[in-house]
Each structure stands twice: as C-alpha cells, then as structure tokens.
Design a protein. Structure first.
Length: 262
C-alpha cells in the first residue's frame, strides 16, 4: 500500500525553521488514493480531483484534530456530487459526528444532504475486534487507551500489514494483536509529548518517547519500520531529539509530504 502523509502532527502550526518544512498539519493519511485514515487534513492538501477519488474515511476517534477536515471536504464534494463517501468508525464516533458537528447548527448535516436517500456521507459503524472490508483493505479496529472511545487499526493489504495506533496512552491489546501478524511491515505510533511532560501525557492519554520505546518492546520485534507521528509542534524538536536518542534502527519520524510504501 502507498500511504501519502497529508498531516502527521498533534496540532496545526507554522514553525520557525529553516532546515525543514515549517508547516505542521493534523493527522490525515491517504491510502492508495481512495481511503483516508483520519481526517485532520484533507482539503488544504488535496486538489478537487484528488478529493473526489476518496471513497472511504476511516476515523480513529472524535477529537477535533482528527475530524476537522471533514466539513470542508463535504462542502467541496457537494459542489459536484456523484457518489457518496463512507465514513467508517466506532459507533460512538459516528453518533458524535452527527450530534456535535453535522447537526445543522455547527455545520449542515451531510449525512442527509442533498437527501436522506442520496447523501454526501454514509455511515459505517465498525465494531472493535471485528474485521471489515474498506475498499481493498481488511480493517480490524482495536480499542486503545485514550480519553474518549478510540481505536487503533490493523490494516491489511494484499501482501503487507500496517499497524496504526490512533491516539493512545499505554495499552496492551493493540500490541497483543500485532504480535500475531506475520506480515506486519510498519507501525505508525503516536508520540505527542517530550519525556519531561510525562504527567501531561498521562492526563491526556498520549505517549512520550520513553513510553513509546516501552510500548514498542511489547511487539518483540525490531525489524518493523516504526514511524512516530502526532508530535505536538511546540515540542517537536525536543521530541525528535529524544526519539533519536532511543537508537532504534527502524525508527523514522514522519514528516508531511512523504509517501510511505508498505
């Protein structure tokens, strides 16, 4: 699978930097051009023609930085609507989208526009632990340890599997499931705060570099390509230094604009 990194940070910011791209966007990963994994960034990074190729949006949880691209995406699709896009997520996430975002107050209800029978968005409620098809992928949601109902995903393509943590703190079930995957090639694992902010990480249910290293050891394999993401822009340089100091040979911090082949 080809994974295009539209956004990979824990917030949106423009950094003072001359050595790398200063722009930080929230999480959005485009799989093979048709499946969007989390929806923090869509319209700002994809042309209209590219947006129209998306057939499924897979959401890990309801926090705004993972869904904030959906309203602009829906509005763009509505200008030249031909077929619906399926929003796949845990039931709590689907219900939250309808209640808090697409509620005809904050934003129009694109689950019923232009009509209930032919809407821009169609909901697909997925159950933790149960595999389902999303385009050419087999998706297995695994509940993770966050402040709201949240899932990581095991994403299987024809010849390779990707592990995606979503937002999580210390957890076990995700790693236990990953241990049983012989063709696991890569893991996208969040790392939001530096080690000095471990108390904030615990309260907000996110990982630090030290916690990430301990979590990754649960997998029992160092050959898996490890891609930390969801770094908070204000702490990015510090987090990158601490990740580098882990000396994990398979570790590479995600940057926007990359395309990863798994």
């Amino acid at each position: 699978m080809n994974i295009r990194v539209l956004g990979c940070h824990g917030s949106t910011a423009l950094l003072n930097s001359s050595t790398r791209s200063p722009e930080c966007n929230t999480c959005g990963f485009l799989l093979n051009g048709t499946v969007l994994l989390d929806a923090g960034t869509i319209a700002a990074k994809l042309r209209f023609e590219e947006q129209k190729q998306i057939r499924h949006v897979l959401l890990s949880h309801l926090h705004f930085d993972h869904i904030k691209g959906l309203p602009a995406f829906a509005d763009n699709l509505s200008q030249d609507f031909d077929s619906p896009v399926t929003i796949a997520a845990l039931p709590q996430v689907i219900l939250g989208l309808k209640r808090h975002i697409f509620n005809s107050v904050v934003f129009p209800d694109f689950f019923t526009i232009p009509t209930a029978e032919s809407a821009i968005f169609v909901a697909q409620m997925i159950d933790a632990g149960k595999s389902c098809r999303v385009e050419e992928f087999e998706i297995t949601p695994i509940l993770v340890n966050h402040t709201v109902p949240a899932a990581g995903f095991i994403i299987r393509a024809q010849s390779a599997t990707l592990l995606y943590s979503g937002d999580t703190y210390v957890t076990d079930e995700l790693w236990s499931a990953a241990q049983r995957i012989p063709d696991l090639k890569a893991a996208f694992i969040e790392c939001s705060y530096p080690n000095a902010k471990k108390d904030l990480a615990q309260i907000s249910k996110h990982l630090t570099p030290a916690l990430l290293a301990a979590e990754f050891r649960k997998l029992g394999r160092e050959d898996i390509a490890l891609y930390p993401y969801h770094l908070k822009p204000a702490y990015k340089d510090q987090i990158v230094r601490e990740l580098t100091e882990l000396h994990l040979p398979s570790l590479s911090v995600l940057e926007e604009g990359q395309t990863i082949s798994v």
